[in-house]
Design a binder for this molecule. Structure first.
Ligand code: SF4
Length: 460
């Protein structure tokens, strides 16, 4: 099982952020949060009885705002509640300005945190200011050196491309500067203008302007190519890692492993059941104290399970195992989607090898369009009788009505192009009727997966 711990505090709210986060409150607010979290941990430990945990991820918010010794206390309690496996990945999201004290960094390391994911976002002070980030570029570079000096051997950086006023040249220069530091992992997300955020308002009213869509697509294409040339494996639409440094937590999530989320707003999926903790701290605390947390779960519908299988697996370089689709549905993916698969294959957007179907980089460029079409076709097919009674879906019952409105917000779709952008353009047009690959792409979508990823977003 994967364990996700949501730490909701931030120094201040970034201007593009729609995540659940609060400005760092008083000491008593933080103490109350930690005490409730520990009670929630104990509750799940009692319920689940020492279940093996292969990965722990502190996300937020800005988990690095918590004192290192508090992280140590939480990890101790995790160890008492669950069977944390030897070599478990223990990740923490961190903002550069909270990574300045060597003694704190050493305490974190000693507590067991073995992977840091730094929210750098960009290396331009004016843009950082526009984003409302609480740090400067210099601090990010200094913090990276500090965490290396403290002994962290697995350090990643989050970056955002497609920022207001950003040019392709600026983005590439920034990537080169970052690569010189040799981080072990890089997450590169396209900026998402979240409704209701100040940044969205600035863009809607014309005070700020995003780069042209074709420039945004080029940022990802050229950026991905540069990173691969520099030895980073492009293992998921928005993620790159040196050999052996893929984020095991997120890989587990994309592979459909169970995850338990603790803390306000955290999502969980266990044994086919899914629930979200309340965002409101008082409501979350009440649920924990009354032993009700996680009791209002929904069983995933057969339809959701198939759509998530397709969406999550096609995000990864490994791709979708055709057999997994058959096991879940009793149907043959290649037969079900014959025409589309043929078209995508012919245009170099999709490859099939060793029983796996994966998008090429060009395919990832237009992944939103491809997934949208696959979702529509799958929803139609799911309404037809399943041809075996032995599949999990048949056992789970009849498919329910589709909820196509979730599709775009859940997919990324920004990436480089190894086989020629024109093929992507043509297929985007064929699939969706659009004539612009960037239109067919959610050039502004950090990967946010249903209902909310345990980790791996463009923030903290
Ligand atoms: S983007 Fe990250 S650091 Fe900024 S407010 Fe949101 S959660 Fe906090």
């Amino acid at each position: 099982m994967l364990l996700y711990i949501h730490v909701p505090f931030c120094r201040r709210k970034c201007r593009y952020c729609a995540f659940h986060s609060l400005e760092m409150g008083t000491a008593s607010t933080v103490r109350d949060y930690v005490e409730t979290l520990l009670r929630e941990l104990a509750l799940w430990g009692d319920r689940m009885g020492g279940v093996p945990v292969t990965s722990i991820f502190f996300g937020g918010g800005t988990p690095s705002l918590l004192p290192a010794r508090t992280i140590g206390t939480i990890l101790d309690r995790v160890g008492k509640a669950f069977a944390v496996q030897p070599g478990a990945e223990i990740s923490m999201e961190a903002n550069p300005e909270s990574l300045t004290r060597p003694s704190e960094l050493r305490t974190l390391l000693k507590a067991g945190v073995n992977r840091l994911s730094m929210g750098v976002q960009c290396l331009d002070d004016a843009m950082l200011h526009t984003l409302g980030r609480p740090h400067r570029a210099r601090e990010a570079l200094d913090a990276f050196r500090a965490v290396r000096a403290a002994g962290f051997q697995n350090v990643g950086m989050d970056l955002i491309w497609g920022l207001p006023g950003q040019t392709l040249r600026q983005w590439m220069q920034q990537l080169k500067e970052v690569v010189r530091l040799r981080p072990d992992h890089l997450s590169c997300y396209g900026l998402t203008l979240e409704p209701g955020t100040p940044l969205e308002d600035d863009c809607a009213t014309g005070r700020l302007g995003l780069p042209p869509e074709r420039a945004q697509a080029a940022m990802f294409m050229d950026g991905a190519e540069l990173l691969e040339t520099e030895g980073y494996i492009h293992y998921e639409i928005s993620n790159f890692a040196r050999m052996g440094f893929q984020c095991r937590h997120n890989l587990g999530y994309w592979e459909g492993e169970d995850y338990l989320g603790l803390g306000p707003s955290a999502a969980s999926t266990l044994g086919g059941l899914r629930w979200n903790n309340p965002e409101d701290h008082a409501a979350w605390t009440r649920q924990v104290d009354e032993g009700r947390v996680g009791t209002e779960a929904e069983r995933l519908t057969p339809q959701t399970r198939v759509l998530e299988l397709i969406m999550l697996r096609l995000r990864t370089a490994r791709g979708l195992r055709v057999k997994a689709y058959r096991e879940l549905t009793g149907r043959d993916f290649l037969r079900d989607h014959k025409r589309l698969v043929h078209l995508l294959h012919r245009e170099g957007l999709l490859r099939i090898r060793d029983g796996y179907l994966r998008l090429t980089r060009s395919g990832m460029l237009v992944s939103n369009s491809i997934l949208e079409r696959l979702f529509e076709d799958t929803e139609t097919l799911m309404a037809l009788p399943v041809d075996t009674s032995a599949t999990p879906l048949a056992k789970a019952g009849k498919a329910v009505a589709p909820d196509a409105g979730q599709i775009d917000s859940q997919t990324g779709g920004q990436i480089g192009d190894q086989t020629g952008g024109h093929a992507a353009e043509n297929v985007a047009e064929n699939v969706t009727g659009q004539d612009n690959p960037a239109d067919a792409t959610s050039a502004a979508a950090p990967p946010s997966s249903p209902p909310d990823p345990p980790a791996g977003r463009s923030h903290g």
